[in-house]
Design a protein around this ligand. Structure first.
Ligand SMILES: *[C@@H]1O[C@H](CO)[C@@H](O)[C@H](O)[C@H]1NC(C)=O
Length: 263
């Protein structure tokens, strides 16, 4: 009996290993973003060098996904279970980054060329808890539906020129299909199939942080990190027909798997 119970526990743990927050995210449709319920995006990471620089996503206890353009210094740490940046609230976990892997095809001088993705191997594994959990990775090649409601999260500006947030923010960003996003009055040829466009209509919301996740809930009820926040239009994040651009995680699954397996 003990053995059976133990086996059952293991199976349950494996199945619920990603993308299921203990604290339910708010599902409201506030246009310009709002404060997230604390710890409802338990894979959200603050990437910090001398100061917070970017967001990131915990995808395994010792791996964080972020944007390549975020990596400009030699030394980084990540902070997990962060909510209010100005306060020590108790559950924060601060872990040094041991090694950084920037996508080999990333070009610093051409963000619209794509491949804006990097993996960070942590010095020690995060302690998985009710406030710290990895997001699920989508299968290779998985596509998102036009208008699929996803959320961007981060401590970045809520609207162009606005102040940076001190508490974690979330904003609903519907996915814009590639066949719309690549039209000349939208992003044109800057929109690659290895990117996800989201937002940019009249009800557009602003971005969170570079490197942070585009969180999409799948039919299986789990949250997947479908995008890594990459760039916005120079005129600002609320520009009509200029959605926020994300690196499409589903396009980089082979690189992610190989990098994690070899390191
Ligand atoms: C836009 O993308 C679609 C596929 O999503 C493609 O068929 C079409 O040729 C592209 N248009 C341009 C202008 O690149």
């Amino acid at each position: 009996e003990m053995e059976l119970a133990f086996y059952f526990l293991l199976v349950v743990t494996a199945v619920s290993g990603c993308g299921v927050p203990n604290y339910q995210p708010k599902s409201s449709r506030v246009v310009n973003g709002e404060e997230a319920r604390p710890y409802s995006w338990p894979w959200q990471v603050s990437l910090e060098s001398f100061f917070p620089t970017c967001g990131g996503t915990l995808i395994a206890p010792d791996w964080v996904l972020t944007a390549a353009h975020c990596i400009t210094f030699h030394t980084y740490k990540v902070v997990l279970a962060e909510h209010d940046m100005t306060k020590e609230e108790g559950p924060e976990q601060s872990i040094m980054v041991k090694k950084m892997f920037i996508h080999p095809k990333w070009d610093d001088n051409c963000v619209s060329c794509g491949n804006d993705i990097a993996l960070l191997k942590l010095e020690t594994s995060a302690v998985i808890s009710d406030k710290v959990q990895p997001a699920c990775l989508p299968p290779h090649g998985a596509t998102l539906a036009h208008n699929q409601p996803c959320y961007v999260t981060g401590w970045g500006r809520l609207y162009s020129g606005g102040p940076k947030a001190t508490t974690l923010q979330q904003a609903l960003l519907p996915v814009v299909d590639h066949s719309v996003c690549n039209q000349s009055d939208w992003w044109g040829s800057s929109a690659k199939t290895t990117m996800v466009c989201a937002g940019g209509e009249s009800k557009s919301a602003c971005h969170g942080d570079s490197g942070g996740p585009l969180n999409c809930k799948n039919r299986d009820g789990r949250w997947y990190v479908e995008g890594v926040t990459s760039f916005v239009d120079g005129r600002g994040c609320n520009t009509p027909q200029k959605p926020t651009m994300f690196t499409r995680v589903a396009s980089f699954i082979p690189w992610i798997s190989e990098t994690m397996a070899r390191n």
